[in-house]
Design a protein around this ligand. Structure first.
Ligand SMILES: C[S@@+](CC[C@H](N)C(=O)[O-])C[C@H]1O[C@@H](n2cnc3c(N)ncnc32)[C@H](O)[C@@H]1O
Length: 235
């Protein structure tokens, strides 16, 4: 099992430090091809069954959210932010650069924790990492199964003022758990934004479009150079 130091060393050795295309103020450890990197991660670190290296890319939804908060800093200034499904840490980093009081990057991938730490240091910001799947946390969220029909205890406060989720609607079961959980946080008074490039499982209702960008993306991942990407407020 690789240590956190092994993961950080692997990321340094197998990514390049590049400006994020739609958010050039932020530099990240980025790759340009996923499959070979994924295989190399498993080979070099002697682990199998690792998730894809989402952390090595600036996904369209995250780029849109990062651009939005940097251009509209009032949305996050002085607030406690949660970046759900943080990947590289891009969105959390942007919120700190825009004046957030604190930013917490949540992920379920051990490799992402290393990438988030490296990328935060690269951009001179301090982030907290909240590891593991918090979607459905019963003591905080009160919606254990993340069912839209559940009756959550809305008196349980959310420890964040604003939750941002970049590109989390690409997979059916994932979207079906995350979106209802985000809706519950809205009912608790949390400001919730999603960044999304028209992924297949983005809900068609309950969202208000705030802005649309043309975001440069990685051709090997998206089979396109540019993706129309929206920032949406969860209602
Ligand atoms: C497409 S990537 C987006 C990363 C980043 N937000 C961005 O836009 O660049 C989706 C990320 O969500 C993470 N993820 C998937 N399910 C999750 C869950 N239940 N809780 C937290 N993170 C999750 C994955 O590990 C992955 O890093």
């Amino acid at each position: 099992m690789a240590s956190a130091d092994d993961r950080a060393a692997f990321i340094r050795a197998n990514t390049a430090i590049l400006s994020t295309p739609h958010v050039p103020e932020i530099r990240l450890h980025l790759a340009d091809e996923a499959t070979a990197l994924w295989q190399k991660t498993e080979d070099d670190l002697g682990q199998i069954g690792l998730p894809p290296p989402f952390w090595a890319f600036a996904w369209a939804g995250g780029q849109a959210l990062a651009r939005y908060v940097l251009d509209h800093p009032d949305v996050v200034r002085g607030k406690r932010i949660l970046d759900l499904g943080s990947g590289s840490g891009l969105v959390a980093i942007a919120t700190m650069m825009a004046g957030a009081k604190s930013a917490t990057a949540n992920e379920i991938d051990d490799f992402a924790y290393a990438a988030i730490n490296l990328n935060a240091a690269l951009n001179g910001v301090s982030l907290s990492i909240l590891p593991g799947n918090i979607v459905g946390l019963s003591d905080w969220a009160g919606i254990a199964e993340a069912s839209p029909d559940a009756d959550p205890d809305l008196s349980v406060p959310c420890p964040f003022d604003c939750i941002l989720a970049g590109d989390v609607c690409y997979e059916k079961t994932m979207s079906a758990s995350i979106v209802p959980w985000l809706q519950v946080q809205v009912r608790r008074g949390v400001h919730v934004l999603i960044g999304d490039p028209d992924r297949a499982y983005l809900p068609s209702v309950g969202l208000r479009e705030l802005v649309t960008y043309s975001v440069p993306v990685t051709r090997s991942l998206e089979d396109k150079e540019i993706k129309r990407t929206r920032v949406l407020r969860v209602l």
